[in-house]
Design a protein around this ligand. Structure first.
Ligand code: AMP
Length: 293
């Protein structure tokens, strides 16, 4: 079966209505294209959770700041469709036009006033308004039963979960594991912007987070030690411009007040040359297994 590409909103809605009429469960994977194995892992998981899967490809102008890389964001549609076809994702690929997503006079947006103001929301003002608004619009069009997001964009995933709860959306939100290259670098559409030397440096992000994770475990859950170990490793190399290294509550992303905690998440944003990379790692203290006599 060949891949079904759909541009018109109405055509996608009609197709999904047809599926729903037949009692089928619909899964949804929103993307901005330039697909890689990280995206494909979401699609593979979606197929296990739904009878039909819609993948959208839309480079959303609203989530890019004026100084950001919207115009140079990679657009590789032919290769993306090929990859989806090869991976058996042929139910529907939704390729909406910006003019349909943002009709003339568009003036309504979704704003999270708490979690979206920290971390990447602080560094990229308005970014999450753009993300939440477009995801909400796409949800309204696709009306999925289940939608899948990568934990690679950890704050985005948590914000979408929050939006679904806050706005009572009848959609199950699933966060999928981060897919990494063999040296630990998280796969990202932006990795292709890295020069060879930048690419080899980028693996240090994973090394630094791993050191943070070890420091956390060794100290019985000291989040400050975890953050320091990660930050110290990153700042060893002046080619990294560290935007932030934070160890936060893994659900609310708020700063941790207790000295010791059982689990947390390390969140990192760095710039290498002109490329900004984000990554994260969930950390836990080792479970002590009691010996029963
Ligand atoms: P993007 O095209 O960058 O907007 O990403 C689309 C979806 O793929 C988002 O839910 C991302 O979190 C997810 N994603 C991107 N990279 C990875 C990765 N390396 N592992 C898992 N999911 C990813």
């Amino acid at each position: 079966m060949s891949i079904r590409s759909i541009v018109e909103i109405k055509a996608l809605q009609d197709l999904v209505s047809e599926w729903r009429g037949a009692g089928l469960r619909v899964g949804f994977v929103p993307t901005m294209g330039a697909l890689h194995d990280g995206h494909l892992s979401l699609v593979t998981q979606a197929k296990t959770l739904a009878d039909r899967v819609v993948v959208s490809i839309f480079v959303n102008p609203m989530q890019f700041g004026p100084q950001e890389d919207f115009s140079k964001y990679p657009r590789t549609l032919a290769a993306d469709l090929d990859l989806l076809q090869k991976n058996g994702c042929t139910d529907a690929v939704f390729l909406p036009n910006a003019a349909d997503i943002y009709p003339d006079g568009f003036a309504t947006k979704i704003v999270n006033t708490d979690m979206a103001t920290m971390l990447d929301g602080k560094s990229r003002p308005g970014h999450f308004d753009g993300v939440l608004t477009v995801v909400h619009k796409l949800f309204n069009i696709v009306r999925p039963d289940v939608a899948l997001f990568g934990q690679k964009d950890y704050q985005q995933w948590r914000l979408i979960e929050r939006m679904a709860r806050d706005l009572l959306l009848p959609i199950e939100i699933v966060g999928c594991d981060i897919v990494r290259e063999s040296d630990g670098l998280a796969m990202s559409s932006r990795n292709r912007f890295l020069s060879e030397s930048e690419r080899s440096l980028a693996r240090q992000i994973f090394t630094a987070m791993t050191l943070g994770k070890k420091a956390f475990a060794a100290s019985g859950g000291d989040h400050k030690k975890a953050g320091d170990a990660c930050y110290d490793e990153l700042r060893k190399n002046p080619a990294f411009v560290v935007d932030y290294v934070e160890v936060r509550d893994e659900v609310t992303l708020k700063p941790i007040v207790d000295l010791l905690v059982k689990s947390a998440v390390i969140l990192v944003a760095v710039r290498i040359g002109s490329t900004r990379l984000i990554d994260n790692m969930q950390i836990t203290t080792p479970t002590v297994v009691g010996v029963l006599s």
